[in-house]
Design a protein around this ligand. Structure first.
Ligand code: ADP
Ligand code: MG
Length: 359
């Protein structure tokens, strides 16, 4: 699925009829999923194609340029900005000292088996905002595409050990974590090596618990640990279900918004029953909201009806700057600190802190 698909659909499909057709489709997904689920890797036939992987910064930049042309908004000027400068990777032993007392660590998986809904964008920018607000944050990139890693300015070819090595080679996270990629934000990077993990985990002992074992040792060392999940319901995602306390589900505010959500919720139910009884939904986030379209409003209402208070009040607007920032290896708070993307993710971070205090 391309970024523009939703945009094009926004323009042409604006009818209630189609929305109810989609609900029926979702119901059929629910039953077929319940019938087919085994402890093995969950097959994902119904899943839309995942987002294009940007292999090099140059390509990414071009793609970001395309985005700018297609969805240009009047508020956001296009201007030339320097090429990305990759960050120097320092060892964990050189991490800046933590400047406050860490309370309860919250492990939150950013999850939706649909690709291109804003998982990585949310994982990166929310983590960075929380870091800037004084929280100590670890972001675990669990997607072989490694978008969170490159989005934070990490040149993947320079990464020696990635999250794959924690899952399958018992390499301790201390040897994998890249400290201080942004203020108070550390990263467990992913490289393409992780692509093999989905298959290799199938025959591994305690295969669903690998991430939990690796990350669990870091409770008490961070305020938040976020996991950026791949767009599937395979073993990597199941590992994050087991490792996490709760889930943050980004939903793209477009025509097929709730497609597949019942399937995701079924998986959560199964994981709660069998693997992680305390797993909860932390919140549902509306992303890529285009306030100019009626469809966006309609879809947002529908998501709020479905999930009620779980939906964050903050809505992430569609913003060219948000889509450009990763190609410069910067979170939006650095790339465009005064823009609407940075404002939205800062407001989300405040809500996340507030919600945490209530639970
Ligand atoms: N709020 C937004 N406005 C504009 N583009 C966005 C926004 N959020 C994400 N994108 C872009 O949409 C694409 C998919 O987002 P991404 O976060 O990678 O999704 P996922 O991780 O769910 O696959 C990326 O190119 C990203 O830059
Ligand atoms: Mg992603």
């Amino acid at each position: 699925m391309g970024l523009f698909d939703g945009f094009r659909r926004d323009k042409k499909s604006n009818s209630q009829d189609s929305l109810s057709q989609r609900k029926d489709y979702d119901k059929s997904l629910q039953s077929s999923y319940a019938d087919n689920l085994t402890a093995e890797v969950v097959s994902e036939e119904q899943q839309p194609e995942t987002e294009t992987i940007f292999e090099s910064p140059v390509e990414t930049q071009e793609s970001a340029g395309e985005v700018a042309v297609e969805i240009e908004t009047s508020e956001e000027d296009q201007e030339d900005i320097d090429l990305p400068i990759y960050k120097t990777i320092k060892p964990y032993s050189e991490k800046n000292p933590v400047d406050h007392v860490i309370g309860t660590t919250r492990i939150i998986a950013v999850i939706n088996q649909k690709g291109g809904v804003g998982k990585s964008t949310t994982a990166v920018n929310l983590s960075a905002c929380l870091g800037e607000m004084g929280k100590s944050v670890l972001l675990v990139d669990l997607d072989p595409q490694g978008n969170a890693s490159s989005g934070l300015g990490i040149e993947k070819s320079q990464v020696k050990n990635c999250v794959y090595d924690a899952l399958l080679n018992d390499v301790p996270l201390e040897e994998i974590i890249i400290p201080d990629v942004c203020t108070r934000l550390d990263l467990v990077p992913a490289t393409i090596n992780l692509a093999g993990a989905e298959v290799e985990l199938v025959s591994a002992m305690a295969r669903e618990n690998r991430l939990k074992d690796a990350v669990g040792r870091f409770r008490g060392k961070y305020d938040y640990i976020f996991i950026d999940c791949p767009p599937s319901l395979g073993l990597l995602t199941i590992n994050s279900f087991v490792a996490a306390d709760s889930l943050l589900i980004p939903i793209q505010t477009e025509f097929y918004a709730l497609e597949g959500v019942t399937k995701l919720l079924e998986s959560v139910k199964l994981v709660k029953a069998r693997l992680n009884p305390s797993l909860d939904i932390f919140g549902v986030l509306l992303t890529m909201y285009d306030k100019r379209t009626n469809l966006a409003k309609q879809v947002a209402d529908e998501v709020r009806n479905f999930f009620g208070n779980l939906v964050f009040e903050t809505v992430i607007p569609r913003s060219v700057r948000l889509s450009e920032a990763p190609s410069f290896g910067q979170p939006i708070t650095q790339f465009d600190p005064a823009g609407k993307g940075a404002i939205a993710y800062t407001s989300l971070a405040e809500e996340v802190i507030q919600r945490g205090n209530q639970n």
